[in-house]
Design a binder for this molecule. Structure first.
Ligand code: ATR
Length: 276
């Protein structure tokens, strides 16, 4: 999607993927800086490891405790730290600044792809792993009114509920199966990725008709068993492809200083993931 975005803007840039062992992450980031890269994206398990390695952290990385986007910056003629991709020439030291563009992408996915406003909504989040924790905190920050947390390992959902109550006291946090109707449900577990996976929520315990919309962070397959069950129950549905696109679009803008060409990027993602 990034290469399609660069092409759409006529930028002579390239996005490449490299597999890096966790113990060599600092070396890899230093290497990218030396090679004149404008930035880097990080995925599991590097998002947490990178946090203490950054020269500077954006508020997003501090708030959500993970870095998925690194921006290389150098001082411009006035001594202002500026993304290297937006400088004609780079003089002096180059520093790293860490961002998190994943968290906002969850909100954008729900708002734009599900067409449901998270603020004031009653929401159920399934999963309390890395993705679930970030989503729960970001939903609380966005001002959901009630947030229900369900996780296979209940103690993790309970620990997350305590963290949210401490940081966002205005949000009512509960664990377990909701006893109310909901505006939306988010699946942040990995269930649905593999053929034969069951549902992350038992529809006997919570009938999906009671929710207006269901957002599944899984995007392959395009329709998970959860999304199929939700669609058949009359819910609005969306998969996590939008989240992947929106976190990428935000990184693209940080590096290039330009609005991301969303449609070109979305089409490239679709073609790559679904082959059409
Ligand atoms: P990620 O970074 O994608 O969130 P993770 O931190 O490994 O990955 O979290 C995976 C999530 O999927 C967890 O909520 C996990 O539940 P546990 O905390 O109980 O492990 C959930 N998950 C994975 N496999 C599952 C399964 N078979 N049934 C129910 N939940 C599952």
């Amino acid at each position: 999607m990034h290469n399609a975005g660069f092409a759409a803007l006529g930028l002579d840039w390239r996005y490449v993927a490299s597999e890096v062992a966790p113990e060599r992450l600092a070396e890899a980031i230093a290497g990218a800086r030396t090679l004149g890269y404008c930035g880097v994206n990080l995925t599991v398990p590097h998002k947490l490891l990178a946090l203490p390695m950054m020269d500077a952290l954006d508020e997003s990385a501090k708030a959500w405790g993970a870095v998925n986007t690194v921006l290389f910056e150098a001082e411009d003629a006035e001594g202002v730290w500026t993304p290297v991709g937006q400088l004609r020439e780079v003089h002096g030291p180059v520093r790293t600044r860490g961002f998190n563009t994943d968290a906002d992408a969850v909100i954008r996915g729900i708002r734009e792809d599900l067409a449901i406003e998270p603020r004031g909504a009653r929401a159920l989040l399934l999963g309390a792993g890395g993705a679930g924790r970030t989503a729960a905190l970001r939903l609380a920050d966005e001002g959901v009114s009630v947030l229900w947390l369900v996780n296979r390992t209940e103690s993790k959902a309970e620990a997350l509920a305590v963290e949210i109550s401490d940081r966002f006291p205005a949000v009512e946090v509960r664990t377990g199966i909701p006893d109310t109707d909901l505006e939306f449900i988010v699946n942040a577990t990995s269930l649905g990725l593999r053929p034969g996976d069951g549902l992350p929520l038992d529809p006997e315990a919570y009938p999906l008709q009671r929710a207006d919309g269901v957002y599944d962070m899984v995007y392959r397959p395009a329709e998970t068993p959860l999304l199929r069950t939700a669609r058949e129950a009359g819910c609005r549905t969306a998969n996590g492809l939008g989240m992947l696109l929106y976190q990428g679009a935000a990184a693209f803008s940080l590096w290039t200083g330009r609005p991301a060409p969303l449609e070109a990027m979305r089409n490239a993602l679709h073609a790559e993931i679904y082959g059409r």
